[in-house]
Design a protein around this ligand. Structure first.
Ligand SMILES: [Cu+2]
Length: 167
């Protein structure tokens, strides 16, 4: 009987541990064309495959309808909205071929690279943002209950909301 009880407690602890270890996932993506040498002066494109040239990226930087930066839709967080339980961590992987950031901000705004920032008021948090190189990964733990906004401080149209909901 006592052995059974110990076993049950072990199972219980194990399942609690696996809940704590569960992780939400967001992939940072871009579709830069590694065969376009025009990416080289700003860090290159470390993807094996991708079809967006530097010229195509710049052609969609601004909409003809707006003076503010709009940005290429291939540069994004996937998914751009996700929900977590309070004990769950969030794993963010840069699956793109360029450097990005995943920076928590109070309000979405511009980033830290002036040419990619036109018409936007920079989010103050971007001044201290951490770059995530292509292939890099970060893990966020202990996010408080509520809504959290994240953006790339290089390409400020890359945005996500993480909703942390109590059980
Ligand atoms: Cu980015």
């Amino acid at each position: 009987m006592r052995k059974l009880m110990q076993f049950t407690i072990m199972i219980l602890l194990f399942s609690m541990a696996s809940v704590a270890a569960a992780a939400g996932k967001i992939s940072i993506v871009d579709y830069c064309d590694p065969n376009d040498p025009a990416w080289a002066p700003t860090g290159g494109c470390l993807l094996k495959e991708g079809d967006v040239t530097f010229a195509e990226f710049n052609a969609l930087l601004h909409s003809v309808l707006s003076s503010a930066v709009v940005g290429h839709p291939g540069w994004r967080f996937d998914p751009s909205f996700t929900e977590l339980r309070p004990r769950e961590s969030l794993r963010v992987t840069n699956d793109g071929g360029r450097t990005h950031t995943f920076t928590e901000v109070a309000n979405f705004g511009g980033g830290k690279v002036p040419p990619l920032n036109e018409g936007l008021i920079p989010a103050p948090e971007c001044a201290g943002s951490t770059d995530i190189p292509a292939g890099g990964r970060i893990e966020l733990r202990g996010l408080a209950s509520g809504d959290h906004l994240f953006q790339c401080c290089i390409h400020p149209w890359m945005r996500a909301m993480v909703k942390v909901e109590d059980d």
